[in-house]
Design a protein around this ligand. Structure first.
Ligand SMILES: [Zn+2]
Length: 379
């Protein structure tokens, strides 16, 4: 029977899931363990928020990207491998407790554990268990191979709260090892031409993934923007092998020829836009999942590489099915397509609309895409 509507509602102080099918029948299920409040995902029984949009008493953070890890909370809990990155993002005064993957801790009346999400170093799905019901909030995740972080762990659950950054059938990733091989081949071509290869990408996660994957092809050092080098330190502290790197801000321009520079636009913006010209002859490229459809980057850069740290469309569907979840909530701007598709498959699925702050913000990959397009033109 096709489910047409699912909505959350409140009664006598409790939130319940209301599931309506196409005949108008209403199925009242168990109380909602997590709901989307004004500050973000809130677990009242556990006394915590997940990736809150504003400061709270206790914040559980799925990963250190700026649209998930925000300052102002009294206490932060995250997966232990991501604690260094979170401290780098929030500052030394933030109270951060790293919890080993899989360790079960009690918060209020809820048993909580962090499990690998495969998105970036220390990224975690958050498993919440209360009165025999298991909920999982994914944060951002991917199922693809990534040398720079622990692989996604499948967590069976009753209710699954998933991201859907690439919740559209047009997003289906090529083999990421092949994409990284293409990045190396492009660098070789540019090097042979005596130019400098400038690769733009997000500073946290994508840059380190590329630096890790390139170890399969070379041992040559790579130039990086200062903000990337700062985060590289956190990866190396957690034992992730990256190519040797040099902070581009401390190198002379003459040394750039034939080199690969991995950077964000900020490095150039902070230098009045003249630094690109100072590099001499360059070839530019852009690495992001958004490059897959050609909507972004193809007219701005010489090359684009569709390399994403999010689940593609088939992976989203597969993951929902494999969790065995009876109910699914989908987060983000692209949530409607996924929730519609899941409902057609007979899954109780609903969009979980972001609060106003989250809505005005942008996803990890959308952020870098917007920055790049607003400030660079193809040279
Ligand atoms: Zn992210």
């Amino acid at each position: 029977m096709r489910v047409a509507i699912q909505a959350g509602y409140h009664f006598m102080g409790c939130s319940f899931q209301r599931l309506e099918n196409s005949l108008g029948a209403c199925d009242t299920r168990s109380p909602m363990l997590v709901h989307l409040g004004p500050k973000g995902l809130h677990c009242e029984k556990g006394g915590f928020h997940v990736d809150p949009a504003r400061g709270v008493e206790r914040a559980l953070i799925t990963h250190a990207h700026s649209d998930h890890a925000r300052g102002g909370s009294k206490e932060y809990l995250c997966a232990a491998p991501g604690a260094g990155l979170l401290a780098a993002r929030l500052g030394s005064r933030a109270r951060i407790r790293g919890v080993p993957y899989g360790e079960r801790i009690r918060l209020g009346d809820v048993i909580v554990s962090f499990h690998p999400a495969g998105h970036v170093l220390g990224s975690a799905q958050i498993r919440m268990e209360s009165e025999g019901e298991v909920w999982v909030a994914t944060g951002d995740f991917k199922r693809d191979h990534d040398l720079s972080c622990a692989p996604f762990e499948l967590i069976p659950c009753d209710t699954f709260i998933t991201e859907a950054t690439f919740g559209d059938p047009s997003y289906e990733w090529d083999n990421p090892e092949g994409v990284c091989r293409s990045i190396f081949d492009w660098w070789e071509e540019v090097r042979a031409d005596g130019a400098t290869a400038v690769l733009f990408c997000y500073a946290l996660g994508k840059a380190q993934r590329i630096l890790a994957e390139l170890t399969r092809f070379t041992k040559r050092p790579v130039l990086v923007a200062p903000e990337i080098e700062r985060l590289n330190y956190c990866y190396r502290e957690e034992g992730v092998a990256l190519l040797p790197t040099r902070d581009v801000a401390s190198c002379s321009v003459e040394s750039f020829r034939g080199e690969l520079l991995v950077t964000t636009p900020h490095f150039f913006q902070d230098r009045s836009g003249s630094a690109l010209a100072g590099l001499g002859r360059i070839q530019t490229a852009f690495a992001s999942g958004w490059a897959k459809t050609g909507r972004f980057g193809s007219r701005t850069y010489h090359r684009t590489f569709a390399l994403s740290d999010h689940a593609d469309w088939p992976s989203l569907l597969r993951t929902v099915e494999e969790t065995g979840a009876r109910s699914v909530y989908v987060l983000g701007d692209s949530s409607e397509r996924l929730s519609q598709t899941l409902r057609k498959k007979g899954v109780y699925a609903s969009r979980m609309l972001p609060d106003s702050e989250r809505h005005r913000g942008s996803s990890c990959e959308m952020t870098v895409q917007g920055e790049l397009f607003g400030n660079l033109s193809r040279s």
